[in-house]
Write a protein that binds this ligand. Structure first.
Ligand SMILES: *[C@@H]1O[C@H](CO)[C@@H](O)[C@H](O)[C@H]1NC(C)=O
Length: 346
């Protein structure tokens, strides 16, 4: 799908006008091509405001517009992460990864115009349901696995798997968002940057031994556990305690009865302390995970050609229906100007 939005990228001037309680209209001066309707605020690495926007010529075509405060990015030294996110997402073309169509910038913000996923966060659905059955969890994990398969083949590791970073599209397909920690490391290479969410961090990252795509398989095991149980296996009252339990290993974790035997065994195979022993890291790669008993009978072909009926079908009434997202208090701060020019390629 090719999106054409007639905005001169270099000279986008964004004027924010508050209209009603929850509605904001953004007028892009260059072409007035985009109208912002509803506001959803999400806090990720930096303070991020995501809104849905419509093509003015065709109101049924909506997008998500991620607005990042430049000042905040500079203060938290996230410039490289933001560029890496832009590069990787622009390049990625997979049904299991949200598309990034275009980026913009002005004095206060950088913007990412992305595919909208109106089914909401998997995190919200998990919170409301408590935990998922095998069929639901299997579909979600399978979507993530296909996204990883795509990324790893390009030498990209994701490094920030968690239910908050998984969105459902209107059909119920699961997609990865937020590539702030993703990195292109190349085949057979390792990287040393410490990053991720404490509960999902692999032991080799904590121990600063260097890590590669095997760290993503670890996090896949953690995700499986969290989806089936409702909370992740390793957690503590602060990150240090969490790291301590992670280093003790998965064998110290008591699995609740509601996690089926095949699921339990697969989680253990993904969460091996030694990255080289994790399922998916062998010479057959990810197909070893697809062939695991827990996935027995799963229709991989139907998933890949998007004909499989998802287990959770979100209620989405219109192309601008954001009711599946939690609403956060609106950020009333006027962002400060940031004019150092680091964002020249945005
Ligand atoms: C999609 O996959 C299913 C298997 O579930 C297969 O029966 C069907 O023919 C495929 N459709 C297309 C369009 O490839």
């Amino acid at each position: 799908m090719k999106i054409e939005i007639t905005v001169a990228a270099a000279v986008v001037v964004v004027v924010v006008v508050v209209v009603a309680a929850s509605a904001v209209v953004v007028v892009v001066a260059a072409a007035a091509a985009v109208v912002v309707v509803v506001v959803v605020v999400v806090v990720v690495v930096v303070v991020i405001i995501t809104t849905t926007v419509q093509l003015s010529k065709d109101k049924s075509r909506t997008f998500a517009l991620k607005c990042l405060k430049k000042k905040h990015i500079v203060e938290t030294r996230q410039q490289e992460h933001i560029y890496s996110e832009k590069r990787i997402m622009m390049e990625a073309d997979s049904p299991f990864i949200t598309k990034l169509h275009k980026t913009f910038r002005d004095r206060k913000y950088v913007y990412m115009l992305m595919e909208v996923c109106l089914g909401g966060e998997l995190w919200t659905i998990l919170r409301d349901r408590g935990n998922f059955d095998d069929i639901t969890a299997r579909f979600c994990v399978a979507c993530v696995l296909e996204a990883f398969s795509y990324l790893h083949a390009k030498g990209i590791i994701y490094r920030d798997l968690k239910p908050e970073n998984l969105l459902l599209d209107a059909r119920g397909y699961v997609k990865l968002v937020d590539f702030g920690f993703a990195k292109k490391i190349g085949m057979g290479k390792k990287t040393w940057t410490f990053c991720g969410t404490p509960e999902y961090v692999a032991p080799e990252i904590i121990l600063n031994k260097g890590h590669d795509h095997s760290a993503d398989y670890w996090s896949l095991g953690i995700l499986m556990y969290e989806l089936l149980h409702g909370t992740p296996p390793f957690s503590g009252s602060d990150p240090m305690r969490t790291y301590n339990v992670i280093l003790k290993g998965i064998d110290h974790i008591e699995f609740p009865k509601k996690i089926s035997r095949p699921a339990h065994l697969l989680i253990k195979k993904l969460c091996r302390d030694n990255p080289m022993e994790r399922l998916g890291y062998g010479k057959n790669g990810i197909s070893d995970i697809r062939k695991n008993k827990w996935f027995q009978g799963f229709d991989w072909e139907g998933l890949m050609n998007l004909t499989l009926t998802p287990p959770i079908i979100p209620k989405v009434k219109t192309a601008t229906d954001t009711s599946n997202f939690d609403t956060y208090p609106r950020d009333m701060d006027i962002a400060a100007d940031e004019l150092s020019g680091w964002d020249v390629d945005f």
